[in-house]
Design a protein around this ligand. Structure first.
Ligand code: 4NP
Length: 155
């Protein structure tokens, strides 16, 4: 059975589409499924923000086909690991969790690098253009760690 990982931010147009594309590029699709969603409903059906598409393209990843969707309680059933980009996303996801097992699936993504520190991936949407390369680099580093750990567990 495939291991399923879901990346979650607010709009599902800036951070989690990058996280999805980056992690998927580090894992075999034969064994892993990576998807993303937003806790908000503002951008449902839209492709990623042009700045996320551009930085991904610069790094050799095509995320332009992705379409934003909203996180739902069904995702606790469908996914094994749910990574929140920031503390607000984390709280919004946890608020929908029906039981303790569901809550345990949810992690702050940067805790995979900085255990227990609850560091946010900053929201680049309203910020300067260079927020996107910074976010990309953070996500690339943490996804490398996540991919290594997932591959170890899969063996
Ligand atoms: P994301 O960024 O959560 O990384 O996709 C945002 C995108 C849109 C909005 C907020 C954050 N918004 O308020 O529309």
């Amino acid at each position: 059975m495939k291991t399923k990982i879901l990346m979650v931010c607010l709009g599902n147009i800036c951070r989690s589409p990058l996280a999805e594309g980056i992690l998927a590029s580090k894992l075999s699709p034969e064994h892993f499924t990576v998807d993303s969603a937003g806790t908000g409903d503002y951008h449902i059906g839209k492709n990623p923000d042009h700045r996320s598409i551009a930085i991904a393209k610069e790094k050799g990843l095509d995320i332009s086909h992705q379409q934003a969707r909203q996180f739902t309680a069904q995702d606790f059933i469908d996914y094994d690991y749910i990574y929140a980009m920031d503390g607000s996303n984390y709280q919004n996801i946890i608020a929908l969790a029906p039981d303790a097992n569901s809550k345990e699936k949810v992690k702050m993504i940067l805790n995979e690098l900085f255990e227990g520190e609850n560091v946010d991936v900053p929201d680049p949407y309203f910020g300067l253009e260079n927020g996107f390369p910074i976010v990309y680099n953070m996500l690339d580093e943490v996804c490398e760690t996540i991919a290594e750990n997932l591959k170890k567990n899969h063996l």
